[in-house]
Design a binder for this molecule. Structure first.
Ligand SMILES: CCC(=O)SCCNC(=O)CCNC(=O)[C@H](O)C(C)(C)COP(=O)(O)OP(=O)(O)OC[C@H]1O[C@@H](n2cnc3c(N)ncnc32)[C@H](O)[C@@H]1OP(=O)(O)O
Length: 311
């Protein structure tokens, strides 16, 4: 993300046309805010680091599926300032993971995330600091959603406030049978600020989003399925030995969408992101560029040679 400001500068000084400026413009989509918006990344990072606690743990597996764990159990996995910085660093690592295909975001100790750490929120309750944190988290969560990996939020227990917003920064949400997603912002005198409202409207439509935000409704798996916030329900394992854990169930679910070579899976995600976010002409040009990376690739040539049938 340090590169954002540089890219913006290059964009301004480039002639405005041609492949190079198009490439720069496309890459600069990764950041919502940079120095031209008065956003100073280093300053915000330093401010957030003053509120330590917990961690964000990343496990990249040989299968190409990574697990990102929000780990602050004594505060129901609330996000401290240092965890926000940690999250952004882990997103950077995932952006550079060439062998990656999928990502599962989960909470430690049987709950997802209770939002931002209220002790940090109280300490930075002035508008200037609040907006800086908001811009930082919008950048980090936008980059999370745009990763060239198929991502799933595994929601167990509660996803509250910023935790609910975090769940919308994944492509899919799987809810454990005992779980609840709740945008509690109204009860805190707030609205979502980490991009959660914009993403929610795109996931469930504006009517449902309005109900969820204005009523601070508790979304259980049944309601989640009904409105399209949830893509599947996982059974909380009983105590018997041999029962599948929620993480195993989520991995099995994700496996259906991540079978195949990493470059192909990543290309699929890229064309969907551009279709979702760009105006049609630009999305079509991006699709052409991504198509160019897989046409004649080893996976394509191998499939052609095997004369595969799709019965
Ligand atoms: C972006 C905007 C935001 O995210 S604003 C934050 C929105 N989130 C909230 O308001 C959540 C507030 N917390 C709660 O409602 C409850 O603690 C929930 C999560 C329902 C859990 O209840 P319960 O199972 O009874 O446990 P508890 O209250 O005893 O909590 C255990 C310890 O965790 C803490 N905790 C919980 N959430 C937070 C949080 N967001 N920030 C900081 N600490 C949190 C509780 O204070 C409690 O700590 P302690 O054991 O009293 O020291």
């Amino acid at each position: 993300m340090v590169l954002c400001a540089l890219r913006q500068q290059l964009l301004k000084s480039s002639s405005g046309c041609g492949a190079w400026s198009r490439l720069l413009r496309r890459q600069s989509h990764d950041c919502v805010y940079s120095s031209i918006h008065g956003f100073n990344l280093q300053e915000v990072r330093a401010k957030l680091q003053a509120f330590p606690g917990g961690s964000i743990d990343l496990l990249k597996q040989d299968s190409g599926i990574a697990v990102l764990t929000i780990n602050n159990p004594s505060r129901m996995n609330a996000l401290s300032g240092s965890m926000m910085v940690d999250l952004e660093e882990k997103v950077s690592q995932l952006e550079n993971w060439t062998d990656g295909k999928g990502l599962i975001v989960q909470g430690a100790a049987e709950t997802f995330c209770s939002g931002s750490d209220l002790s940090a929120v109280r300490a930075i309750s002035n508008p200037q600091d609040g907006l800086k944190m908001c811009m930082f988290m919008q950048n980090a969560l936008t980059r999370l959603l745009r990763l060239p990996l198929i991502s799933v939020a595994l929601v167990e227990g509660r996803a509250l406030g910023g935790g609910a917003e975090l769940s919308t920064a994944c492509d899919f949400r799987l809810m454990a049978s005992n779980s609840v997603i709740q945008f509690v912002h109204k009860h805190m005198g707030l609205v979502p600020g980490w991009g959660g409202a914009a993403r929610l409207v795109r996931i469930v439509g504006s009517q449902n989003a309005l109900k969820l935000l204005s009523g601070a409704l508790k979304v259980d798996p049944e309601l989640g399925l009904q409105i399209g916030l949830t893509d599947g329900v996982l059974q909380v394992p009983q105590t018997e030995v041999g029962a599948e854990t929620l993480l195993q169930q989520a991995t099995n679910w994700l496996n259906d969408y991540t079978k195949g070579p990493a470059p192909v899976i990543q290309a699929v995600k890229k064309v969907v992101v551009s279709g979702r976010e760009l105006p049609l002409s630009e999305a079509l040009r991006t699709e052409k560029d991504v198509f160019g990376t897989v046409w004649g690739s080893p996976a394509n040539l191998q499939a052609l040679a095997s004369k595969s049938k799709h019965k």
